[in-house]
Design a protein around this ligand. Structure first.
Ligand code: IVH
Length: 691
């Protein structure tokens, strides 16, 4: 590298660093004059040695017109917008108009996804990208060439197709941010305490407006091409399908979900299907664009002042709406966690009416800076719970005050505490009624003791009447007591008593889950039961013994042990025992211990992974055969794996991993031998491999 080149590199790094501090973090380290000096030196060197200048150099992103705004670009062919169809009827009405315009003929349709991003026109001259422009008002857009060059999907040089390249070709399409990138960036921003990106569309738009192309590059944008703009020379096209093929051939990503149809019925089915599956893609769409395929027919149909008659956007119902944030309140859960939530003016969004939405925790409220009185964006996508995306700042009332997290529990009035370094605020009072109610409701919930008819409202009635203080009290409730409660009839009372009675027989894993010990969920409860069989055996186990169970681990073991060691909890367990609740099967425990004693522990301390089928055994039986012999059998191969057993239908990734780790690979036919004498089998296999 020459001295000049080295100095240029050095200057670029410095300028980029200070540019970010100034423009993105509002925390300049250098006085402006010193910074300007660096930029001037860089520009002078780039002008003197053009061989080292690059169009996306940081020097181009600062000062002058480019830094304050992007220069205007007049589109050679206007970038039109699309008319919308909001319903099936409107879609068919459009098809009728098209047929009339074509003297009664039904055209062939191309159905494309309507990508939720930013329209972009990319101009190539002599096969080289010379300009990238936003849509702007359709006639004049903004020059964002330097930023668009950082998008991996956008070729800088076109591939020459069979029929040759046009002298000039404008490829149009959508710049977007994939949902994976969006989620990943937001995780990073959240970890850094920065304001999250609102949605992938905004994120894409904001990223293109970065003055520093390096900042755009970090946002990892993508591109789908779907249309041509100006074309000078090159092949002639008969249909849109042909242009899409051409666009693919010159090096652009063309979306694989594009379909052609002969009738509007098929198009309508496709729209309905896409609406149903809109979240199954790795990027956001907000509809389907239906276009007439034949280009001569397009000409015949023509355009209106703002949109072509030959295309329509079938729009999905919105998943984001704005509404009034009436209040922010806090609810306290069974573990005492105080969760802020938004009380909203009811709004129909994502297919249902939403009047409440979680705000997660104190930091989230602060980060989003939502205030009671704000107009907020509410989002409900698919089955995901509704969330408040953020405020519409332009609509904020003058008197809207930042929301302050309460210092006292709304249910019991005791102080709320937020331990240093933790995101959650908690009520730590032992007698908090909100925690008590939530504990009882959790006990009765589906994944726990599954008591039908015992929802939150019923629980509140029971605790308010003083009949229930904790779940153990449920088991002495009588029909006579229940009918005394507000709006509880004879039938529902006796049904509930019967349901509660039946719940005594729930298997041990459900009881363990229902206890509500922090971190102890259904999977770990199942694992503990498989190992210990009874609650009494679990109580008798040390933290180390608990932690040794596959699927349990240190954190769960410690919290379980601590919970069991509290006198109050032990008294509670005894009351549950007295109520006649199933604590597990001691006979099963003894049988398991006897069986184990009879089986030689050949795999003690070893890990054997099984992939594919072992003849005569199902997966569980094969794994049990390993654990019965003192081994472990996790679902994935690691450096510690002693052997990989491979049967029919084996997973390729496990095999590859085992091969690269040098793990012995044992054919499933030799499983019995492996159980009996693992060292001999492995020695033979690795020996054979060497020879
Ligand atoms: S074609 C003259 N195809 O929708 C037709 N547009 O409302 C030009 N869009 O500004 C557009 N996906 O940003 C077309 N497959 C697709 C599209 C699409 C998204 C956007 C585009 C345009 C807007 C029109």
């Amino acid at each position: 590298m020459s001295d000049v080149e080295q100095r240029i590199e050095e200057l670029r790094a410095q300028v980029a660093h200070h540019f970010r501090l100034y423009h993105e973090q509002d925390a300049p380290e250098l006085p402006d004059a010193d910074y300007d000096q660096l930029v001037r030196e860089l520009r002078a060197l780039e002008a003197e040695y053009p061989e080292y200048a690059t169009p996306d150099s940081i020097s181009q992103a600062v000062g002058g017109a480019v830094s304050t705004a992007f220069s205007p670009v007049t589109h050679a062919v206007p970038m039109m917008s699309l008319d919308n169809a909001m319903t099936d009827d409107e879609l068919r009405a459009w098809a009728d108009r098209v047929a009339r315009g074509l003297d009664g003929a039904e055209p062939r349709y191309v159905a494309e996804l309507k990508f939720d991003g930013l329209a972009m026109s990319l101009r190539y001259e002599g096969g080289e990208l010379v300009q990238a422009a936003t849509r702007g008002d359709g006639k004049v857009g903004e020059d964002v060439t330097a930023n668009v060059r950082t998008i991996g999907d956008v070729p800088h040089t076109l591939t020459v197709p069979d029929g040759g390249l046009p002298e000039v070709v404008e490829v149009r399409g959508e710049v977007y941010m994939s949902t994976a990138v969006f989620t990943e960036l937001n995780e990073q921003y959240a970890a850094a305490g920065e304001r999250p990106l609102v949605n992938p569309r905004n994120a894409a738009a904001g990223s293109l407006r970065q003055k520093d192309p390096a900042a755009t590059a970090k946002r990892r944008l993508s591109f789908w091409a779907y249309q041509l703009g100006e074309v000078v020379g090159g092949p002639a096209f008969q249909s849109h399908s042909e242009t899409l093929e051409f666009i693919g051939a010159i090096g652009f990503p063309v979306n694989p979900e594009i379909r052609t149809f002969d009738t509007i019925d098929e198009v309508a089915d496709y729209c309905a299907y896409r609406e149903e599956h809109r979240h199954d893609l790795g990027y956001e769409i907000d509809g389907v664009v239906v276009k007439v395929d034949d280009l001569a027919q397009r000409d015949q149909l023509g355009v209106t002042s703002r949109a072509p008659r030959w295309a329509i956007a079938y729009k999905f119902p919105p998943e984001e709406r704005t509404t009034l944030l009436r209040d922010i309140q806090v609810s306290v859960g069974r573990t005492g966690r105080a969760t802020p939530f938004a009380v909203l003016e009811p709004v129909f969004v994502g297919g249902s009416t939403v009047s409440m939405a979680t705000l997660h925790n104190q930091d989230q409220v602060a980060l989003k800076d939502v205030r009671p009185g704000d107009t907020v964006i509410v989002r409900k996508a698919g089955d995901v719970i509704p969330e408040v995306v953020g405020p519409v700042l332009a609509m904020r009332p003058d008197d809207a005050e930042p929301w302050v997290f309460p210092t006292e529990c709304p249910a019991c009035g005791n102080p709320l505490v937020r331990p240093e370094g933790e995101a959650d605020t908690r009520c730590v009072a032992l007698d908090c009624p909100a925690q008590r109610d939530q504990k009882v409701a959790y006990w009765a919930s589906r994944g726990a003791m599954d008591i039908e008819g015992l929802g939150e409202q019923m629980v509140e009635k029971l605790t308010a009447a003083g009949l229930v203080h904790d779940p153990a009290d449920l088991y002495s409730l009588t029909v006579e007591q229940l009918v005394e409660l507000d709006r509880v009839g004879e039938t529902s009372a006796s049904n509930l008593v019967a349901e509660i009675d039946t719940s005594k027989q729930q298997p041990l894993p459900r009881l363990l889950t229902a206890l509500g010990v922090r971190h102890l969920g259904p999977a770990a409860s199942q694992a503990l039961t498989a190992e210990f069989h009874t609650l009494d055996n679990i109580i008798a186990a040390s933290a180390d013994e608990l932690a040794a169970v596959d699927g349990v681990g240190g954190v769960i073991a410690t919290t379980v042990r601590e919970w069991l060691d509290l006198d109050a909890n032990r008294a509670y367990i005894e009351r549950l025992r007295d109520a006649g609740i199933n604590f597990g099967d001691p006979a099963a425990a003894e049988a398991a211990a006897a069986a184990r004693a009879a089986i030689p522990q050949t795999l003690e301390g070893r890990t054997v992974v099984v992939t594919g089928t072992v003849p005569g055994l199902n997966r569980e039986e094969a794994e049990e055969a390993i654990t019965m012999r003192g081994g472990k059998s996790p679902g994935s191969v690691s450096k510690k794996t002693f052997a990989l057993v491979v049967g029919e239908g084996a997973g390729a990734s496990k095999l590859t991993k085992a091969e690269s780790n040098g793990t012995p690979i044992v054919p499933a036919e030799r499983f019995d031998e492996l159980l009996a004498d693992p060292d001999a089998v492995v020695a033979e296999i690795t020996g054979a491999g060497d020879g």
